[in-house]
Design a protein around this ligand. Structure first.
Ligand code: 4NP
Length: 156
């Protein structure tokens, strides 16, 4: 079974949304054997539900992420997941700093490189911005998740 971990800073805005979107799309595609989770590089929000703006945005697209709880990324995640998708270059740096070897490092990729290969585009942090930052996150992440589902389908 393949497994994918979505990572951002707090695990309350972007990565829970990414987790919810990917889960939803996999279910829609009838793919039930792929493990999806999310985590944050920081310990600031451990145990918290996603930000209410993220929950609201997801719900407006028919996705319920309200039950998720934030957790911190740990070295053990390199063993538990095949692919680790980070939202921005700061997450990338923080996760790579914990990598023990090249195999760990090879698992880490900017999420939007799945859609826009090599462009290193970040999923912008919506935490301090206006409300529609969450819709921007949704639209970007959704496009990457469509590519992931396509890739998983063609792998079957
Ligand atoms: P996230 O957003 O990394 O997408 O979950 C943030 C959440 C919290 C903070 C920053 C970004 N914060 O500074 O507390």
């Amino acid at each position: 079974m393949k497994s994918i971990l979505m990572v951002c800073l707090g695990n309350i805005c972007r990565s829970p949304l990414a987790e919810g979107i990917l889960r939803h799309k996999l279910l829609d595609a009838g793919i039930l054997d792929l493990k999806v989770d999310s985590a944050g590089t920081s310990n600031n929000h451990i145990g918290q539900h996603p930000d209410s703006r993220s929950i609201k945005n997801a719900l407006s697209h028919g996705i319920d992420i309200s039950k998720l709880r934030a957790r911190q990324f740990s070295v053990a995640d390199f063993d538990s997941f095949d692919l680790i998708y980070v939202m921005d270059s700061s997450n990338y740096k923080d996760v790579l700093a914990l990598a023990r070897n090249d195999s760990d490092k090879r698992k880490v990729e900017l999420l939007l490189n799945v859609k826009w290969t090599g462009k290193n585009i970040a999923v912008p942090d919506p935490y301090y911005g206006a409300g529609d930052g969450f819709e921007t996150v949704f639209r970007l992440v959704e496009q990457a998740c469509d590519e992931i589902v396509k890739a998983v389908k063609s792998d079957i």
